[in-house]
Design a protein around this ligand. Structure first.
Ligand SMILES: Nc1ncnc2c1ncn2[C@@H]1O[C@H](COP(=O)(O)OP(=O)(O)O)[C@@H](O)[C@H]1O
Ligand SMILES: [Mg+2]
Length: 388
């Protein structure tokens, strides 16, 4: 069962996926918009293309004739995926899943309107005037996001009417792709947020990983931990929503389903139809299979007998502070010497402020309070600095 996988997007998540695939003898061609991207460093071959260009995508699909197309990012001309599916290629988890999550509108309308999941009240706007009206309808405070964006790009919170113009201009400036439209969502006063890694399988039941907690800053995750403390009632509700939305999107693979936990219950936020950055905590050995191994097994239709929590774990990101070519790292000897700690350096060829360059991983027995493990991961991450 040696299969050929075309990986679209070659960041750190892709890299761990390739390593998992290599370990069981699969062939991977890694694709991104720049050379020497992390996943390319461990793949059999690579391509450098603009993945938003449909004809470029067509060209490399025809050239490599993959069995599977595995998207790692959202910024891809995903409309082409339906054709590849018709050609007999398996798009992971499905063309629909990748296409619906490329744009916040499709996935939100599916979740809220079609499936009736509880989400923050929301509206769309294509001009500053429409945004003003939409803000009037959802109320202040509210959050504005470009429809095509990720990692918090172009996202801002409106705290008073005087922020509306600013929020519009900021969102437009950072809009990705060819759509200039925003979603405005009522601000959810959540107590915590979680990622529920959900694995859909071919011919076997959907499985859930123990919930992962995380903290976001500037739209990017800073620390994640597993297991997150969630009441049975909230967990059951989140699992039910995750099952519904992943079933509607179809296909087999691992999804990162994001939820807000508030006093008035669980809110569906968004999802990635692929491994999630907060799920890097599973690299600390928290589960019998990490999220990349689970994604791979589900894709290859290898049965997953169970997902078992084995340790308490936490991850904390290692960020660059400056722009540089060929950045180096200090403190690797320090982090390496810490007990029950591990780390990854992604091998990104350039750095810029806040770019994620590595991750610190801490773990301990299941009896250890998770907050303690988070603190260890945070201080471990601080021992490493990225030099320009
Ligand atoms: N409606 C909201 N209310 C409160 N916080 C929000 C809301 N929407 C987003 N956030 C915060 O911003 C983060 C990023 O938003 P998200 O929709 O997940 O965008 P991205 O695709 O960039 O990850 C969330 O994890 C959460 O912390
Ligand atoms: Mg998110």
């Amino acid at each position: 069962m040696q299969k050929k996988i075309l990986l679209l997007g070659s960041g750190e998540l892709g890299k761990e996926f390739v390593i998992a695939a290599q370990r069981i003898g699969q062939t991977v061609i890694a694709v991104d918009s720049y050379e020497n991207a992390p996943a390319m460093q461990v793949a059999h071959g690579f391509e450098v293309i603009n993945m938003l260009d449909g004809s470029e995508l067509d060209r490399i699909v025809a050239k490599h004739q993959p069995d599977f197309i595995v998207p790692e990012i959202e910024a891809i001309r995903t409309e082409r995926f339906y054709d590849y599916e018709k050609q007999g290629i398996t798009v992971v988890p499905s063309a629909k899943a990748a296409n619906f999550t490329m744009n916040r509108k499709a996935i939100r309308d599916l979740a809220a309107k079609e499936l009736g999941l509880k989400t923050a009240n929301y509206r769309y706007a294509t001009t500053a005037e429409e945004l003003r009206k939409a803000v009037g309808e959802v109320g202040i405070p509210c959050v504005v996001k470009p429809l095509m964006s990720s990692s918090g790009k172009g996202q801002s919170t409106i705290k008073s009417e005087s922020d509306i113009e600013k929020a519009w201009n900021y969102a437009v400036k950072d809009s990705r792709g060819d759509v200039v439209e925003v979603i405005v969502e009522a601000f959810v006063k959540f107590n915590s947020e979680i990622t529920l890694l959900t694995v859909t399988q071919n011919g076997n039941p959907t499985l859930f990983c123990p919930p992962i907690g995380h903290r976001q800053e500037r739209g990017d995750y800073q620390e994640s931990w597993q297991p997150a403390l969630v009441s049975d009632k909230d967990l059951f509700e989140a699992q039910d929503m995750a099952e519904k939305v992943t079933e509607a999107l179809g296909g087999a693979g691992l999804f990162g389903v994001e939820f807000f936990l508030a006093d008035d219950g669980v809110y569906f936020s968004e999802l990635s139809p692929r491994p999630h950055d907060t799920g890097m905590v599973t690299l600390a050995g928290t589960q019998n299979f990490n999220e990349f191994e689970l994604h791979l097994r589900a894709i290859l239709s290898l049965p997953i007998f169970e997902i078992k929590l084995e340790k308490t774990g936490a991850s904390a990101v290692i960020l660059a502070l400056e722009n540089s070519q060929n950045p180096t790292f200090s403190g690797i000897d320090k982090i390496a010497g810490l007990p029950k700690t591990d780390f990854r350096i992604f091998g990104k060829p350039t750095s810029r402020p806040y770019r994620r360059m590595g991750v610190a991983l801490a773990s301990d027995t299941l009896e250890t309070p998770v907050a303690e493990v988070v603190e260890r991961a945070k201080s471990a991450a601080k021992t490493v600095t990225v030099n320009p």
